[in-house]
Design a protein around this ligand. Structure first.
Ligand code: AMP
Length: 443
């Protein structure tokens, strides 16, 4: 688009009335005003979007203009379409592999691929996706099918590069998605190696929920005069998530989880634990108590992970237990509740977790079970949020039930059994716990 026309479009766009732009809600303007082609606008409409979100309205014109861009956006703001749509426009008349999207996890890679296919349904753009944990064969075939876009996790991409399965010398656009997470997962050296094989002259788009020093430095060395686009303050939770803390003795967490699941009206629930072992433990305890729960964590095979995610997406499982790593960036429609069985280790992880509910304008609830030894982490989360999260109690929950007698050797067998807790029910409730409001405990 000529600069003049682009400037006019941007001006008219900025004059539009923003509907709480701060938090990534939609902007009252049609997608067509962003300068996107008819076939892309049709694809977006078919995906069910009527108006762009704030990050889309802000980022798309800059990306269309060929600028490098750093996008800081909280989860669920529609950032995937913010980069995919202008990329599709760029690729319309192209041949060969022109765009590389690097992302930290297999689930995110698969999710981006689904989005690309959805938005590009009226176009001839092809994409391939490669990630670890599955056979190389089908990926090699996909790489040979002449894709325009390659979505990859860094490790597996390096494997393919090492075997000569893919060449990146035609890449014109590089996307680093969830850059802070790629850093956390130790992918930075891999990314640097991959960068050496991409033409220096290219457009760079970097998206990250937070901007740790290492990512700032990567951005400084990789991007040229980037435009910065930010939706809401960095790493703040979506406003439409109601958050509550449930203080509970450590040994009663499972009993409380079961109680919460019994008294809460939910569509689907994502439960987070700190470790893979605890995710397994919680899922088995739930299954024993007649809640059918899927499990998603890094020790599961790729097919088990895909099955769990598919089952959760399609409603076969209304509950999924996951670790942070596996659930990063997960986009499942209609998660009404996130339950932190364990308090996450960092405020950023907390924000990511609760961002799994209330995706794109929906509302959701986030419950966090807090034992005494986790109070320090809660303190840091509240400090980061600059506000206290309401502490609530569960009516008729026996907070004073003793721990099971021989915890260590029999923990596997006993965990999840509510009987130990409910047998001694005497209606006792600690004074400092207020009964939970009706809204969160409807039947
Ligand atoms: P993302 O932040 O890219 O993971 O997107 C979060 C969710 O918002 C996904 O379910 C998208 O399908 C959805 N979404 C993205 N853009 C829009 C839009 N303009 N209107 C409504 N929903 C959207």
């Amino acid at each position: 688009m000529p600069t003049m026309v682009f400037a006019l479009k941007l001006k008219s766009m900025n004059e539009k009335k923003h509907d709480n732009n701060e938090r990534g809600l939609t902007i009252h303007m049609p997608f067509s005003e962003l300068g996107l082609s008819q076939s892309i606008v049709r694809g977006v409409r078919a995906a069910g979007y009527s108006e762009p979100t704030a990050i889309q309205a802000q980022a798309i014109p800059h990306i269309l203009a060929g600028k490098d861009l750093i996008g800081t956006a909280q989860t669920g703001t529609g950032k995937t379409a913010a980069f995919v749509l202008p990329i599709l426009q760029h690729l319309q008349e192209k041949v060969g592999l022109r765009c590389l999207i690097l992302t930290p996890t297999r689930e995110l890679a698969a999710q981006i691929e689904t989005n690309v296919r959805e938005y590009a349904r009226f176009m001839k753009v092809r994409c391939a996706v490669v990630y670890g944990g599955v056979a190389m064969g089908p990926q090699i075939a996909a790489l040979r099918s002449n894709p325009h876009i390659l979505i990859a996790t860094p490790g597996r991409l390096l494997d393919h590069m090492g075997r000569g399965n893919v060449r990146l010398d035609g890449v014109e656009i590089l996307v680093l998605d969830e850059a802070d997470r790629m850093l956390d997962m130790g992918f930075l050296p891999d990314i640097r190696r991959i960068l050496q094989h991409i033409p220096k002259k290219r457009q760079n788009l970097l998206f990250s929920a937070t901007m740790p020093a290492e990512i700032e430095s990567l951005a400084r060395h990789t991007l040229a005069n980037p435009v910065k686009v930010s939706v809401g303050p960095t790493a703040t939770p979506a406003t439409n998530v109601s958050q509550f803390l449930y203080p509970v003795p450590h040994h009663l967490k499972m009993a409380m989880l079961l109680k919460l699941l019994h008294i809460t009206s939910y569509t689907s629930v994502l439960i987070f634990t700190r470790t893979k072992y605890r995710a397994d433990k919680v899922a088995s305890a739930l299954n024993k108590n007649n809640f059918s729960a899927a499990r998603l964590h890094g020790d599961r095979s790729q097919s088990q992970r895909s099955q769990a995610l598919h089952g959760f997406r399609t409603g076969r499982y209304r509950i999924m237990v996951a670790t942070d790593l596996a659930a990063r960036g997960l986009d499942v429609e209609g998660i009404s509740h996130v339950i932190n069985y364990d308090v996450p280790e960092t405020p950023e992880a907390y924000i990511h977790r609760i961002g799994r509910t209330a995706r794109a304008q929906a509302v959701g609830d986030a419950f966090t079970l807090v034992s005494q030894d986790e109070e320090r982490d809660v303190y840091l989360i509240e400090k980061h949020l600059k506000r206290a999260i309401p502490r609530v109690g569960v009516p008729d929950f026996e907070y004073s039930a003793p721990p099971p007698p021989k915890l260590a050797p029999t923990e596997r067998r006993h965990v999840g059994s509510v009987s130990g807790q409910s047998r001694r029910s005497n209606g006792h409730q600690r004074n400092d716990r207020k009964p939970q409001s009706k809204r969160f405990h409807r039947d």
